[in-house]
Design a protein around this ligand. Structure first.
Ligand SMILES: Cc1cc2nc3c(=O)[nH]c(=O)nc-3n(C[C@H](O)[C@H](O)[C@H](O)COP(=O)(O)O)c2cc1C
Ligand code: SF4
Ligand code: SF4
Length: 257
């Protein structure tokens, strides 16, 4: 009996959804128990040791062509003993660059054996016009087909690691920092943003953001039901224009087995 883990750092939920879809296909097999989730956005995530009877799907977003450094730090809580892992990066239709390779290295360091990898386009959570509606029906069909091939690979005992795109050393970690604006007059004081910020950057007293700590993950903006948190419009529109040449054409999801 295999235990299936979906391990995700997914501030706005896209990576988590894709991870779960892959895990569901793997768990469709009678030899598997239900899916267990480990949420690396949880600031209090506990140390976990996974044994060889587990299969893990590890998914994160791409930030500036890299793995978010918060995710790299939190992955240090996971110990695995020769556990087969399928890794996945979701990205907003610009590029995933060194992120998949870096995630593979991080997983190797934890003791996983990376047996499959996917880079899947998802709606860009800053520039929503790019990758809008992705992953779509066609992407989901491809994710399903990939997951079925992985399932066959796991049960044939083939734990070979695929060749992945990317470079060593990785590109420099450089992620744009835009101020997260807060419209206090519309705030209902529900506290959700402060409770859910993956790096505790929001005060639970006045809901102001400490931009020294904020990693611009967009979670608070996406979950505030009153729409009181947002990036400056001119920043977003400027970025959309600037990134048009590299973001506007549809990119295919890529799979590695
Ligand atoms: C700080 C930051 C940096 C990003 N960098 C990239 C990037 O380099 N390439 C890209 O295509 N998308 C980039 N994106 C878009 C996200 O990778 C994409 O929206 C992802 O699906 C979000 O995943 P999540 O919903 O699991 O948080 C970036 C988003 C953020 C917030
Ligand atoms: S989630 Fe929105 S409404 Fe709730 S405390 Fe935060 S800013 Fe205010
Ligand atoms: S304050 Fe920054 S790090 Fe925290 S949820 Fe909002 S965007 Fe993410």
């Amino acid at each position: 009996m295999h235990n299936i883990y979906s391990i995700t750092f997914s501030p706005t939920g896209q990576s988590r959804k894709i991870s779960y879809q892959i895990a569901e296909v793997l768990s469709g097999d009678k030899q598997c128990s239900e899916i267990k989730e480990i949420d690396l956005c949880d600031t209090a995530v506990e140390t976990v040791t996974l044994s060889a009877d587990c299969i893990a799907v590890v998914s994160v977003p791409c930030y500036g062509g890299r793995v978010p450094q918060t995710a790299v730090e939190r992955m240090k809580k996971i110990r695995a003993h020769d556990v087969p892992a399928i890794i996945c990066v979701s990205y907003g239709n610009r590029a995933f660059e060194d992120s998949l390779l870096e995630l593979a290295d991080v997983c190797d360091g934890c003791g996983f054996r990376v047996i499959g990898a996917a880079a899947v386009v998802a709606e860009h959570n800053i520039m929503h016009v790019y990758g809008a509606g992705r992953p779509d029906e066609a992407d989901r069909a491809e994710i399903r087909a990939f997951s079925e091939r992985i399932r066959t690979k796991v049960y044939s005992g083939d734990f070979n690691s695929p060749e992945l795109p990317g470079n060593h050393p990785y590109k420099e970690y450089h992620v744009l920092k835009a101020p997260v604006l807060f419209e206090k007059s519309r705030c209902a004081g529900c506290g959700l943003c402060a409770a859910e910020c993956p790096v505790n950057a929001i005060s639970a007293d006045d809901f102001q953001t400490d931009m020294e700590i904020c990693v611009n993950c967009m979670r608070c903006i996406s979950i505030c039901k009153n729409g009181c948190r947002h990036l400056p419009d001119e920043f977003v529109y400027g970025l959309i224009e600037k990134m048009k040449p590299v973001c506007e054409n549809r990119k295919a999801a890529e799979f590695f087995i």
